[in-house]
Design a protein around this ligand. Structure first.
Ligand code: KIV
Length: 271
């Protein structure tokens, strides 16, 4: 029996307790009401309304184009479906970097207009003023280090980050700084498993990994990737739990056949 299964509402305190007791935290993304309802009713701990919506919902090549209004729309849809999970929303690119007042306004809009529980922000020391200002307004902040997709134009590729000594050291320092400034959790994306384990052990707050090995306090995957709706994204860290692409396609083929053959609707399916 897991500690979280006895809990009717997941909060930052519950997530901290899970780390303290060694229970892993399960996180998935969702961007709409119907999927969020299934996740919540399946007892997922945290739903991340990720800016990966830019890729999987809107079809953009990167996470950069999605806007604050679009994130609020996705987040509100998710929040309406959820009664137990903790809902975290990504602050989109361009709404928090460089100006901590603007960052606070963006975070406040997300919290007020969607009813979510927390925001997530990519980066370490570069955005620390914004993190501090948002935390001091009473808004829980989840950090995000390692591969930070909003900086893809700086990195140039989506390869594993923090493999060299200097970048690994910067990540250690940034993780401690984010903790010190009040983040309740940090995502580690695509970094060596050993580094993720070491930093996780050195932090009091829970870490959530994606491509960062089993030593993190929890794991996150993009829902459409793990369900196999998206079949053209195949990184090593991704475990596919189904092939919904084929299941949906087969169902659509059957529907088309039934319509063409006039076997749908039948007598019981009409008035
Ligand atoms: O946007 C997103 O879905 C994310 C996860 C991949 C961590 O940030």
């Amino acid at each position: 029996m897991y500690l979280s299964h006895n809990v009717s509402l997941i909060t930052t305190h519950v997530l901290q307790e899970m780390k303290n007791k060694g229970e892993k935290i399960a996180v998935l993304t969702a961007y709409d009401y119907s999927m969020a309802k299934i996740l919540d009713e399946s007892n997922i701990d945290v739903i991340l309304v990720g800016d990966s919506a830019s890729n999987v919902m809107a079809g953009y090549k990167t996470t950069l184009p999605i806007t604050l209004n679009e994130m609020i729309y996705h987040a509100s849809s998710v929040v309406r479906a959820v009664s137990r999970a903790f809902v975290v929303v990504d602050l989109p690119f361009g709404t928090y970097q460089g100006n901590s007042k603007e960052a606070l306004n963006s975070a406040i809009r997300i919290m007020k207009e969607s009813g979510a529980n927390a925001v997530k922000m990519e980066g370490g020391r570069e955005i620390i003023e914004s993190v501090e200002r948002i935390v001091s307004a009473g808004i829980p902040v989840m950090g995000h280090l390692g591969l930070t997709p909003q900086s893809i134009n700086k990195f140039g590729t989506y390869v594993v980050r923090a493999k060299d000594v200097d970048e690994a050291q910067k990540l250690r320092e940034d993780a401690l700084l984010l903790q010190e400034k009040g983040c309740f959790s940090i995502v580690f994306e695509k970094i060596p498993a050993q580094l993720a384990s070491e930093v996780t052990a050195s932090l009091k707050i829970p870490t959530i990994g994606i491509g960062a090995g089993s030593g993190c306090d929890g794991q996150v995957l993009v829902l459409h990737d793990m369900l196999g709706i998206n079949t053209d994204f195949t990184p090593r860290f991704l475990r596919r739990y189904n092939n919904l692409y084929n299941i949906i396609k087969d169902s659509v083929h059957s529907y088309i056949r039934d319509v063409k053959d006039v076997t749908f609707p039948n007598e019981k399916e009409q008035y």
